[in-house]
Design a protein around this ligand. Structure first.
Ligand SMILES: [Zn+2]
Length: 246
């Protein structure tokens, strides 16, 4: 049941949440969930190669373009709650200090999500250390948000939420293991339109279009539901826990 669910998405760079979870985000919003997105950096150093090829490109000009692109993508996906924390990237790990940790714990306690989507924890993104650092950081912060002993003025401890990991770009090389396949057929056009906002990474549009098609094949085969055409894949941080096998 999506209606009424709260989701927090933490994206290392400006476009990660769109490539890897844009369909799921749009579907959740369309079906009555409350979705909050935190974009930790614009990916200015590491994920804006094409923008740097422009004559006279500067850190500030690239940042402005990335902000415009991701804002438009978020609008297309229907996202109303999005924050840009503007941390440095490549490398991001040194910027993930105690102040940012407290800010994230505060955010988790404010949103009180049922679900957190972020970078995969179980494997290791073979070409992107920022994604690995963010995964660890979000996981640790979520556990701290749930701990009574982590006292932060004006916040209340959260209950254990579910965490899911984005499928990384080099799936097998990153030892990613599919845990969830989510049908995104009803919002697929929105995802494609949102991906087209990112001119610095236009080569990825075809890749993620094909990925949605491939995962669509898998979800049809496993679920038996032939109406599923396109899907996104996530890893599970935790086992499924309940009263029956699902
Ligand atoms: Zn990234």
């Amino acid at each position: 049941m999506i209606q009424g669910k709260k989701m927090l998405v933490v994206s290392a760079h400006a476009a990660d949440y769109v490539w890897r979870s844009g369909g799921t985000i749009a579907k959740y919003i369309k079906n009555g969930a409350e979705v909050h997105v935190v974009v930790l950096s614009f990916g200015i150093r590491g994920e804006s190669n094409d923008l740097w090829k422009k004559e006279g490109a500067t850190y500030e000009s690239v940042k402005a373009e990335r902000l415009a692109e991701t804002t438009e993508a978020a609008r297309i996906l229907g996202i109303e709650h999005i924050e840009f924390w503007d941390l440095p990237d490549y490398p991001m790990a040194p910027a993930l200090d105690e102040a940012v940790r407290e800010r994230l714990i505060r955010k988790i306690r404010e949103v009180r999500p049922d679900i957190i989507l972020t970078h995969d924890k179980n494997g290791e993104d073979v070409l992107n250390p920022d994604h690995n650092a963010v995964s660890r950081f979000v996981f640790e912060s979520s556990i701290q948000a749930n701990s009574n002993g982590v006292r932060i003025e004006g916040t209340k401890t959260t209950k254990q939420m579910r965490l899911f990991g984005f499928e990384p770009h080099q799936t097998e090389l990153s030892r990613f293991f599919p845990g969830e396949l989510i049908d995104i057929t009803e919002v697929y056009d929105q995802k494609v339109a949102a991906m087209k906002c990112f001119k610095a990474q236009s080569h990825l549009i075809e890749y993620y279009t094909e990925r949605a098609f491939l995962r669509g094949n898998h979800i049809r085969r496993i679920s038996g539901n032939q109406t599923y055409k396109y899907a996104e894949c996530f890893s599970n941080f935790f086992p499924v826990a309940g009263e029956e096998l699902v």
